[in-house]
Design a protein around this ligand. Structure first.
Ligand code: GLY
Length: 382
């Protein structure tokens, strides 16, 4: 263990981990032929397997199952996780439906399968996805392009990059590790360097979208994206940066990445509201008081990784903040009972969406990852 928590926190984590395992034991069986994204009104998992197999969140359910496999050793979790992996094969064949989010989609399906079981076919799928991600690199601007064409204009969004992509590039670090070909890692680091220089503001806040000229690579402008407005501070984007830079540090040892993760973390921690559940955007108007539980869970995971990599006397601040975010989820958002399939409620996709505060699968995934990690489990699927 990298730290010693107090008795009360340890007991809370052990009890919460047990509740999560008990819930997933039956939900996994109930949803074994689904790839859930959100829960429907009656609390049941929806299913993206047939309707939207290329949706960016389609790796998280498998990720939860692989975490459970690692935790319990039960083979049935691997079998259910492979349902998602198989469905995603169809997207590799279609190719044009894929974009920067191949990291989110394959890291927790095939790559997790390969990491935990060594299956060769899983490795092949993961490498296929990594090549798609690497193929989106723009050498003039040194960034990985976000999404595919969205607009008619000549340059359209060909020069767009987003902070979320910091969570996709671990696929490239993994690809270099398994192929011993440094070019995947080089692309990941060039992208991370560009993100560090162009997305992170001096106060530690982060913008969501940056547009570069796709021919010269010059900075054009930033956009508010899924946050409130340009210049605002979308909390999930802050948490993608916080965790994403921590992961880039962990895979490369480059000190500036850890320093950047810490800088974003300090801004994030300073803005956590009284009740511990963060808003959709730290700079949104006071009303309506929209929250996003997913940013809590993602930031907690990142804070735990930062705590792992700072000197002893720095750890407490990050661990205490992670615990505060997780306990707020436990108290204000979580359902461990049999009345619904989801665990974490009150997630929000984007500030300007019509709907706010509903269960989203990646809220569940990151909550599970954070609780298992703090409870002593050593597996990193990134
Ligand atoms: N990566 C998309 C999102 O965070 O909503």
């Amino acid at each position: 263990m990298d730290w010693e928590l107090n008795k009360k926190d340890k007991a809370w984590l052990a009890e919460t981990a047990d509740k999560l395992k008990a819930k997933l034991a039956w939900v996994s069986e109930k949803s074994k032929e689904k790839i859930p994204f959100i829960a429907t009104e009656n609390g049941e998992h929806d299913n993206m397997a047939n309707s939207n197999p290329d949706w960016w969140t389609n790796g998280f359910w498998a990720g939860m199952l692989w975490l459970m496999y690692h935790e319990t050793g039960e083979e049935r979790y691997a079998e259910i996780a492979r349902f998602s992996e198989k469905i995603l094969d169809g997207c590799l064949e279609q190719y044009l439906v894929l974009h920067h989010d191949v990291g989110f989609m394959w890291l927790h399906t095939s790559v997790a399968d390969y990491r935990l079981t060594g299956r060769e076919e899983a490795k092949r799928r993961g490498l296929h996805a990594a090549n798609i991600l690497a193929g989106r690199f723009n050498p003039a601007g040194r960034f990985i392009r976000a999404w595919n064409d969205r607009f008619e204009e000549e340059n359209g969004n060909k020069g767009w990059a987003i902070i979320d992509c910091m969570m996709n590039i671990p696929l490239l670090y993994w690809a270099s590790d398994v192929t011993h070909d440094p070019h995947f890692r080089q692309i990941a680091m060039l992208h991370a360097d560009t993100a560090m220089a162009n997305f992170i503001r001096p106060d530690g806040s982060v913008c969501h979208i940056v547009e570069f000229d796709p021919y010269t690579g010059a900075f054009v402008k930033s956009y508010g994206g899924q946050g409130y407005a340009e210049g605002s501070s979308w909390t999930r984007g802050q948490s993608w940066a916080l965790y994403g830079f921590a992961l880039s540090y962990l895979h490369t040892g480059k000190q500036e990445y850890l320093d950047t993760a810490k800088k974003v973390a300090h801004y994030f921690i300073a803005n956590i509201p009284e009740d511990g559940l963060v808003p959709v955007d730290f700079r949104q108007p006071k009303e309506p008081d929209y929250r996003d539980s997913t940013a809590n869970a993602i930031a907690a995971c990142g804070l735990i990784e930062i705590a792992r990599h700072v000197p002893e006397y720095e750890k407490d601040m990050y661990l205490n903040a992670a615990l505060r975010l997780l306990k707020a989820l436990d108290t204000l958002c979580c359902r461990y009972d049999e009345g619904c399939d989801y665990i974490v409620g009150r997630g929000t996709g984007a500030y300007h969406d019509a709907a706010h505060e509903y269960p989203i699968i990646y809220g569940d995934y990151f909550y599970l990852e954070a609780i298992f990690k703090l409870n002593g489990s050593h597996i990193l699927l990134w």
